[in-house]
Design a protein around this ligand. Structure first.
Ligand SMILES: [Zn+2]
Length: 258
């Protein structure tokens, strides 16, 4: 939401959205210092919730240095050291979106540092998986890191950006699966509906890609419309796009809908 306008808040509230959960992400450019992330974390935990509140929308966030900026391990170390003092803030749900972008050795190191931080502070985890040809390998590498740490409970982790070839393994290993909706590329509303029809709706939910590039904040309501068109019941749609996220997020203890 830090890259969106107030029109988007107004549209989401009009469409029936009940809350916004914003991951720390790549802002469209690489930040040059830990101080840049400090300001960003202040924005996510202080300014943005106030902006959302003006539209009656509860705002929550996840904190981390995202995989796309994780190649510089020294910078990542400094940024991760900043996070603990923000974890007590009222709208922080956990650590995310962490994971891999190019599946590099340095990204793996930074992922392990984040998982350790989440484990020793009891935080939930939101995972970004790589796109396109790196996705399957990256998703497996990430799940192996999470499974190798006995302090991490899979039911408190969501593996995001799943697609047809990764969703089953994610669910089989006990994690939640997030389908991130994009207007054209990657997972569209039609593909998300296909996935639900094949794999069911237990521990799955949908979220909208919503950032500095071409993306649609109303992607989830649009996908609900696609499911209605295909004959899914109102109850089934509500379970997928509302009850499931509430069930997962409520594990944080901070997630409330006012
Ligand atoms: Zn992501």
């Amino acid at each position: 939401m830090v890259s969106r306008t107030t029109d988007d808040y107004r549209d989401m509230v009009t469409a029936g959205c009940q809350a916004v959960c914003e991951p720390a992400f790549w802002a469209g450019f690489d930040r040059s210092s830990a101080a840049g992330f400090h300001d960003y974390f202040c924005q996510l935990t202080d300014y943005e919730p106030k902006r959302a509140a003006k539209f009656g929308l509860p705002h929550f966030c996840w904190l981390c240095i995202n995989p796309k900026e994780s190649e510089d391990v020294a910078l990542a170390t400094d940024v991760i050291a900043l996070i603990p003092k923000f974890l007590d803030r009222a709208n922080v749900l956990g650590i995310g979106e962490i994971g891999l972008n190019k599946n590099s050795r340095n990204e793996m190191k930074v992922l392990e540092m984040h998982v350790d931080l989440a484990a020793r502070t009891g935080q939930m985890i939101l995972v970004h998986t790589p796109h396109l040809e790196d996705k399957l390998k990256g998703t497996r590498l990430i799940m192996d890191v999470l499974k190798a740490d006995s302090r991490v409970r899979p039911e408190r982790c969501i593996i995001d950006h799943v697609e047809e070839h990764t969703v089953k393994e994610v669910l089989d290993r006990g994690f939640w699966a997030g389908m991130t909706l994009y207007p054209e590329s990657k997972c569209t509303a039609a593909r998300a509906a296909d996935i639900v029809e094949i794999y069911g709706a237990e521990r799955i939910w949908m979220n909208s890609a919503c950032d500095w590039g071409v993306s649609v904040p109303l992607a989830v309501p649009y996908a609900a419309l696609e499911m209605r068109r295909r004959g899914h019941s109102a109850e089934a749609i509500d379970r997928l796009i509302y009850q499931n996220p509430v069930r997962f997020l409520s594990q944080s203890g901070k997630f409330t809908l006012g």
